[in-house]
Design a protein around this ligand. Sequence first.
Ligand code: AHG
Ligand code: MN
Ligand code: MN
Length: 323
Amino acid sequence: MTTLSQFLTEHIQQNNLPTALGDVFESVAKACVQINRQVRQGALAGILGEAGTGNVQGEDQKKLDVIANQQLIDVLKTNADIAGLASEEEDTFVACNENGSYLVLFDPLDGSSNIDVNISVGTIFSILNKPEGALSEQSFLQAGRNQAASGYVLYGPQTQLVLTMKHGVFVFTLDADGNFVQTQANPTVPEQTKEFAINMSNQRHWFKPMQQYIEALLAGETGVRGKNYNMRWVASMVAEIHRILMRGGVFMYPQDARDPAKPGKLRLMYEANPLSLILEQAGGASSNTVKNMLDIQPESLHQRVSVVMGSREEVEYIEQLHR
Ligand code: AHG
Ligand code: MN
Ligand code: MN
């Protein structure tokens, strides 16, 4: 049995990584164990329902969006290795400790529309090296490939932490005593799949290549792809990506024709980049339909992006249709 702390010590030594990176993971895990407790209590802790507030991106906040955000901020601020953080629920970045060498970006509660109906939600995070000099928004605007590490915690039937420090992907399950214990090493995303995930209700708004792609999948054996596909939509990206990590599949939230100022719904820095790094480390692929997700140079903290990720063959097929 390997606990998270034991894993971090060994993995960091084996791969010549800074010990401070392990401490950052310890802090994130600590906050997520607290969030997990709230999630598990639900109505008993009075944490369901609307907060009655909105975030800077114009989305209504749930009580648990606000609570999870605050718990992460409170814990991360006490870690001297963390120079600053950025959250989906904060207007701008938060400065932490001047001598810290890491930046942490997070979606404190992904899939929050699911919390009131007892369906899986999660926390997604990205860890960056802090560039030299004074902390500014610019310090955070690094391409996904530059991430030092990333991960997520899925509050599902089991609470699991999945992480990468760019030397493989590791899965931990929270035990009854509140400790993460390693339960899997290096899961791989199968190159081919027969399962896709997309919010079909947006179909009429999609651009032509996406229309064409889904039409081909729905045609099954009688179409150009020559096989039948299955569909899943949890509406928690973190849960879809975990499913894809475990058994393959392709997840899409494409930009559509509704609002030209909004290139997709999901956020590059808090959702797409950290999950792309995990999938890429596991042999999967990720794209904004024309470019590898991890090569996108971000222009702002809350930037939205078109998302296609999962089994390599499907991601490449979709990119081809967009060429
Ligand atoms: P968040 O709860 O952080 O705002 O993210 C929700 C995201 C993502 O997790 C999910 O895939 C998608 O929004 C669901 O969108 P629909 O409501 O269109 O299904
Ligand atoms: Mn989210
Ligand atoms: Mn969120």
